[in-house]
Design a protein around this ligand. Structure first.
Ligand code: URA
Length: 253
């Protein structure tokens, strides 16, 4: 939420001072109501703002995109040192989407981008425990007991971490591919966990986020989430919210 005069000034309608005058003169409507108080705030993504009868901002539709991030791209909006970011791959997308969580520079795979702040909060917050599924190429072949150790929890420098599921997909002489799911987005979590059991990660690809799957989307390409996928995410959030409330109520007992 921002002061309306600031939104109008940024949109090039008038200086901030002039915008304030326009507001006081009753020329600015927000969602159909006269915005004649200088303290009024609006959200340019959600609110319908009209100046002198002309629509200034139509609320942006909420969109969520799935990108198959290639290696060598940062999953941030900007990099002060000028490295490529995933925003460079979004040519033609007119909405101001931003990446939801991080995927390492050298990792590839499923990255969601959205302009929906509520969804971004819920999908990123650890309390919602959304599983992220990875395929990791690791050194050697982890033994069953090592994977069980990861499921029970290993101590990292920023606290304990657990894998919710893990199994070997393919094993070669010197390395193997493991599918593993975690429910948090801590930095380098999967790499640090596999290093902790002596099997450093050589390659990392995210293939799932909650109910969403990367599937066969080509590398560097993106697509919008389907209605079914959005429904799936919302259902998962609803279940987690209910579980959390129950937990809180039980904690209070
Ligand atoms: N874990 C990692 O180590 N890196 C990622 O990019 C995501 C999870």
């Amino acid at each position: 939420m921002e002061r309306i005069q600031k939104i109008l000034a940024r949109a090039g309608i008038a200086s901030r001072r002039e915008a304030e005058r326009m507001m006081l003169e009753g020329r600015v409507l927000v969602n159909g109501k006269v915005a004649d108080q200088l303290g009024f705030k609006a959200d340019p993504l959600k609110d319908h703002i009209k100046v002198d009868g002309k629509i200034l901002f139509r609320p942006e539709p909420k969109i969520t995109l799935l990108l198959n991030k290639p290696k060598g791209y940062l999953s941030t909006v900007k990099d002060p040192t000028g490295r490529p970011t995933v925003m460079d791959l979004l040519k033609g997308v007119k909405w101001r989407v931003y990446p939801l969580g991080r995927l390492d520079f050298d990792a590839e795979g499923l990255l969601l981008l959205t302009n929906d702040g509520d969804l971004a909060y819920q999908l990123s917050h650890p309390k919602f425990s959304i599983p992220r599924t990875y395929w990791a190429k690791v050194e050697g072949v982890p033994e069953k007991k090592e994977l069980i150790r990861l499921k029970r929890g290993v101590m990292l420098e920023d606290g304990e971490a657990r894998i919710v599921s893990a199994h070997i997909l393919r094993q070669m002489e010197k390395h193997s591919w493991v599918e593993a799911a975690v429910t948090e987005g801590r930095n380098h979590l999967v790499k640090r966990m596999f290093s902790a059991i002596g099997h450093p990660v050589l390659k990392l690809k995210r293939v799932g986020f909650g109910p969403i799957r990367l599937g066969n989307l080509p590398i560097g390409q993106m697509r919008s989430l389907t209605d079914e996928e959005m429904e799936g995410l919302k259902k998962l959030i609803a279940v987690r919210t209910r579980d959390e409330r129950r937990g809180t109520i039980e904690d209070r007992r």
